[in-house]
Ligand binder design. Structure first.
Ligand code: HEM
Length: 404
């Protein structure tokens, strides 16, 4: 905890009434205050005994932290294993270089731009069939009918997991990230761990063509991946693959529902969709990530002590007016769409090519197949701001007799 009170704030995103409507606009209010401040009272295991954590509000400063693993460590910074009293890291997210680099190389072939291209046609077919399931109804809950099943199915196919388990996985992921109590989060962490250990054992006994079997067969400097690293790797992919794309898609489609002109423009000019995808990614940094200070330092006026926890809500970088003119305005024609939504530095999101492909295809297929859609009158749409920012549900309506 800092000695000077000037940098201490009792900020709690969940308690801000504006956050449920739009966490990005609510978060941007912090830009009126210091670029780095100390938030009192975080109860999460990752901040145990620290009395709270630092929050970095600006794009440039978040970038500085993310690019400097020597001063800002990722080791156990998310803390899922600590929820259940253990200390295995998520792999590669909670590893620092040089070990991080070894695992990053290992997973690279599964997440290359070439792999995303290879999956492209299957992803498009999947998007089309999910949309066709609801098109004739003239309405849907975007999150339940598309936002979640679309990316989750892609991921489950890569892992060769049974589709019938999807609701269980989504429940676990939601409880792990947003469970109301630490107990509930810990139960979810335990359930995922147990499931993954059983999965690893099954794949070891009977290898297939999936990611887990591939990692079991891989060698690092001639040796098998140690059991705790294998668990951390599978856990990482499970969480990365289940929640993030769905969360981002929810905000994108709410924006389109609220902006009929933008929607009409993208429908009329599909060539703009790749640029619009990048603009949506710029504007909707849904992930909040963390680092620990590895030494005492003065960080832009904040006296950080070794071991202090630093919170980086990447959605604040999305809406930093020092980086983007009129940051809340969604403008596919924006020239520089610099973003930290996928982080930067050694931990830049491994799944970003896949995620971008999914978002682009979702936009393309929806705008081709569904006529002008909007929100039903009086719809109250609530955003969750714990961990990955997300919409609980997103009701959409359209005229089912109209062609797209
Ligand atoms: C829109 C969707 C996504 C967003 C916004 C996102 C965001 C992020 C961010 C911010 C990080 C780095 C956090 C940090 O620096 O501490 C990250 C890392 C990672 N993401 Fe994603 N992600 C997305 C989708 C995915 C998908 C679909 C996968 C895979 C199935 C994935 C796999 C990973 C992995 C493996 C890492 C760790 C990389 C490393 O530590 O080197 N992500 N992601």
């Amino acid at each position: 905890m800092p000695e000077a009170d000037a940098l201490i704030r009792d900020w709690n995103m969940a308690a801000d009434p504006d956050a449920a409507a739009c966490p990005f606009r609510a978060g941007a209010k912090l830009h009126d205050g210091p670029d780095v401040f100390f938030k009192r009272g975080e109860e999460h295991v990752r901040a145990a005994g620290l009395g709270g954590n630092w929050v970095v509000t600006r794009h440039a400063l978040q970038q500085e932290v993310l690019l400097d693993p020597a001063r800002f460590s990722s080791h156990l910074s998310i803390g899922f294993s600590r929820l259940i009293g253990e200390d295995w890291p998520l792999v590669p997210l909670e590893l620092d270089p040089p070990e991080h680099t070894l695992y990053r190389k290992l997973i690279a072939p599964w997440f290359s731009p070439a792999k995303a291209r290879e999956l492209h046609d299957d992803i498009r077919d999947l998007a089309a069939s999910l949309i066709e399931n609801v098109r004739g109804a003239g309405k849907c809950d975007f999150m339940g009918h598309f936002g979640q099943p679309f990316p989750v199915t892609v991921f489950m196919r890569m892992m060769d997991l049974p589709m019938a388990e999807m609701p269980t996985f989504l429940g676990w992921a939601d409880n792990l990230l947003r469970g109301a109590t630490l107990d509930r989060r810990a139960q979810a962490a335990q359930a995922i761990k147990d499931y993954l250990l059983a999965l690893i054992a099954r794949r070891r006994a009977q290898p297939g063509n999936d990611m887990v079997s591939h990692f079991i067969a891989s060698r690092i400097d001639g040796a098998e991946i140690p059991p705790d690293r294998m668990l951390g790797l599978c856990f990482m992919l499970f969480i990365g693959g289940l929640d993030t794309v769905a969360s981002l898609l929810g905000f994108v489609f709410r924006e389109l529902a609220q902006q009929p002109e933008l929607q009409a423009r993208l429908r009329a000019e599909p060539a703009l969709i790749p640029a619009a995808t990048d603009e949506f990614i710029r504007a909707f940094g849904v992930v909040t990530t963390f680092r620990y200070a590895t030494c005492d330092m003065d960080f832009h006026g904040a006296a950080l002590r070794k071991g202090d926890l630093i919170e980086l809500p990447l959605g604040l970088a999305s809406r930093d007016e020092r980086m983007h003119d009129d940051p809340h305005h969604i403008d596919p024609d924006r020239k520089a769409k610099r973003t930290l939504t996928f982080s930067t530095g050694p931990h830049t999101c491994a799944g970003m090519h896949l995620a971008r492909t999914e978002i682009r295809i979702a936009l393309d297929e929806w705008l081709r197949r569904v006529p002008a859609f909007g929100l039903p009158p009086g719809a109250e749409i609530v955003a969750e701001t714990e961990s990955v920012w997300a919409l609980q549900a997103l009701p959409l309506t359209w005229d089912k007799r109209e062609p797209a």
